[in-house]
Design a protein around this ligand. Sequence first.
Ligand code: PNS
Length: 161
Amino acid sequence: MSTAIYPGSFDPVTLGHYDIIERSSRIFDRVIVGVLRNSAKSPLFSEEERVNMIRHVARNLPNVEVKAFDGLLVEFAREEKASVIVRGLRAVTDFEYELQMAQMNRVIAPEIDTLFLTTNLKYAYLSSSMAKEVAMYGGKLSAFLDPEIASLVRAKFAPEK
Ligand code: PNS
């Protein structure tokens, strides 16, 4: 059985992430979306919220599981018996960071490969941080986020009552 890990901060999950999750679920028998618990990026959403949001968008993909992880990604991959790490590449600007990360991971865990999927062109410009910025200024989110996720993001930026 082939198992892949799709790791990230997912703060929040975007339509671009979903595209990668859905395509990975067609390539592998089992896909584990790994949510980095203590992201250095001070996430807007808690670990639990991020996990639940991904579970919501991936609810119709039976071979996709969502789990939070701490520490080294390759250790998490080993625990889950995953032989592949999936990452999405949007543009050449992603490449340097992604290549460095893949090479680091390969030195630590030579038995685990990184597979890059090129993002659907529709979402090539999209990132969680840009979507949050649009939300902060009250912009429309339907091109970036699942409707349920969009309302959760909007609620984070809504003035306290
Ligand atoms: O969505 P992101 O923030 O680009 O994802 C980055 C992530 C979670 C894949 C990366 O930060 C990560 O793997 N962190 C876990 C710690 C680790 O293994 N670091 C060594 C790889 S260089």
